[in-house]
Design a protein around this ligand. Structure first.
Ligand code: IMP
Length: 180
């Protein structure tokens, strides 16, 4: 089975392709940027983005929207994770978190699959904490500052795919697809 993943983010594509291999699913890459509405709800953002994008596609595809939610910052950057990463980045987040005791945070991923008629969404979450400094050199985005059970995602390499929010959301999509 082949499914098309629409994303401009190579890091995401690599992870999803590796997860697909475990399910015998070939993940094709449509590398492109698309419009994402602003809002506070990742699921709503992913659903609307996929619906808008479906006007350009004849066949099924999926997109994925994710974010980092930091408890002591009331869930910031959350749905604004992409903009915050581009502007203040990991250094900026670490500055905001300087001397903050509660470092708990989670990643959330929402996958929105367009089946040719409507959108189906699947979500995944992983809980961890924000480190005091960047650690590790693999992965992308906030991986060097997000620690899960003692190691940052950037220190884990491919093993991140065992625990990540994306893995959980994609796994739901892939098992749903294989049951259809
Ligand atoms: P978006 O889903 O493409 O809007 O991405 C949201 C932001 O969160 C981007 O800056 C990503 O780099 C970051 N992000 C999403 N997933 C991950 C992840 O698994 N690790 C680290 N950063 C991530």
């Amino acid at each position: 089975m082949e499914v098309i993943f629409v994303t401009s983010n190579e890091g995401k594509y690599r992870e999803v392709r590796a997860i697909g291999k475990k399910y015998g699913i070939n993940v094709g890459w449509m590398r492109m940027e698309y419009f994402e509405p602003q809002g506070n709800d990742l699921e709503e953002i992913a659903k609307i983005s996929a619906e808008l994008l479906s006007e350009k596609f004849q066949s099924p595809f999926f997109i994925e929207d994710s974010g980092l939610f930091i408890d002591s910052l009331n869930g910031f950057p959350g749905p604004y994770s992409s903009y915050v990463f581009k502007t203040i980045g990991n250094e900026g987040i670490l500055k905001l978190m300087k001397d903050v005791e509660d470092r708990s945070a989670h990643f959330l991923a929402v996958v929105a699959y367009w089946d040719g008629e409507k959108v189906h969404t699947f979500s995944g979450r992983v809980d961890g904490r924000i480190t005091d400094e960047m650690r590790g050199c693999e992965g992308f985005g906030y991986d060097p500052i997000f620690e899960y059970e003692g190691r940052t995602f950037a220190e884990m390499g491919e093993e991140k795919n065992e625990y990540s929010h994306r893995r959980k959301a994609i796994e739901k999509l892939f098992s749903w697809l294989s049951e259809r």
